[in-house]
Design a binder for this molecule. Sequence first.
Ligand SMILES: *Cc1c(COP(=O)(O)O)cnc(C)c1O
Length: 346
Amino acid sequence: MDVRDLQRENIKNLSPYSTARDEFKGQASVYLDANENSFGSPLPADYNRYPDPLQLDLKDAISKIKGVPIENTFLGNGSDEAIDLLFRAFCNPGKDNVIILPPTYGMYEVSANINDVEVRKVNLTPDFQLDLENIAETIDANTKIIFICSPNNPTGNSLNRGDIETILANFKGLVVIDEAYINFAKQKTFIQELTEYANLVILQTFSKAWGLAALRLGMAFSSTHVIDILNKVKPPYNINQATQDLALAALQNIQQVNEWIKITVNERERLANALSRLEKVRKVYPSDANFILVQIDHAHWTYHQLVDQGIIVRDRSKVVLCDDCLRITIGTTEENNQLLTALEKL
Ligand SMILES: *Cc1c(COP(=O)(O)O)cnc(C)c1O
């Protein structure tokens, strides 16, 4: 299989926008080619020059941590940009389809709808695992992408590795594994599998464990063929200079991030135990993420009671397979205690 055959014909034939920096790549002393303000910026930092379209310095730093070569790395304005670009590059509107596995992250379906691409849903099994038989029956010649979220949002569990490998070994389209919560998981990343499968796309993000949701920075790792296609379709300067600078600085502070991950995982276990002792809690689902899905009596009512006390969780009670469920993000010890006290008093 050549993954390049999966892209849309108009993308294959596209001449991408050529930036001033694409046309002159060397070092010079006078830059008069991009209509920038040569005097500077009205800010302490210099932002008058366009940023590196391929973010090579930042990718180099990410590569040292993730072990993925730069040419297999794409950076997006959040993972959401990578998701949207996958639709735009690979899915013909009104013709192709993608498979999503509810209950799961909402953006796959929204992005499909924006791009007028059919969404085929194969629910997870009652224990939130892949229904391989139904997935196999749902795939047809126009199925371009299967979105697998592991650890899954909103259920929190990792999907069985063997099941994901079965899909990777058999499906002829792109397999997107969204690892937004991988830093909190016992299950290991699929990054090692990238060399094995040209159709594998792994999404990770700076929005969760890295504590940089406001910057909007997401990563996609894949074969060079897929990365080249994403780079061809993306807006030329999709990652701004401030984000590139700040992310580079953040990568110097990985010890802090690892410390928070450890605390979060400890708090997750403590919160899960404390919640399971509450009489109104019917089920605490096992979590590999920085949140817990909890089935509770009168979930919708409970949600509003918590809001009245200034505590906001996510009401997932109307989501398929999540009847009466709330999704609770792991907070600081203090925040988790406030939540427990509030729930006890209800
Ligand atoms: C939060 C989240 C993301 C992150 O998206 P960004 O656009 O990078 O902030 C991606 N996938 C899932 C499943 C998420 O829950």
